[in-house]
Design a protein around this ligand. Sequence first.
Ligand code: IDP
Ligand code: MG
Length: 152
Amino acid sequence: MSQRTFIAIKPDGVKRNLIGKIISKFEEKGYKIVGLKMLIPSLEIAEKHYEEHKGKPFYPRLIKYITSGPIVAMVLEGENVIAESRRMMGSTKPEEAEAGTIRFEYAITKEYNIIHGSDSEESAQREINIYFKPEELCYNWTTMLEMITNEG
Ligand code: IDP
Ligand code: MG
């Protein structure tokens, strides 16, 4: 089932020059990038994004962290991309993340864990709408793999 998901390289990932390495992993996996931009999240955007965590002890720091610098926001499309991109990211706590996952390789703490990914179809749709206007998304293009598959 082809799905879309929202992924963000958080400010610590950008500050540590990990943009290219992270995007490469998703490209190599074969996901189609249908939205991509850099922005410094406003307080309003950050609060909308993380509304499920409002009231938790780490919430104020989370908002400060996510608004502390640019993030790279993207929308990926592909088979089972929501669950699979979460698997590729690894556990929230880097010490629990499986070897080979993005957080295992790069995250330092459960707070500064360099990447965000939607955890359900509902949150994917919600988060895509928070970060992207419809006209900013490029759904209508064909990857090489799609071209070859359709020719066959
Ligand atoms: P997720 O990013 O793996 O979906 P969530 O539990 O949704 O994890 O938490 C959102 C973000 O909030 C985490 O990625 C992390 O940056 C931060 N966070 C989560 N739990 C803690 C905590 O216990 N202390 C500090 N920051 C946390
Ligand atoms: Mg989450």
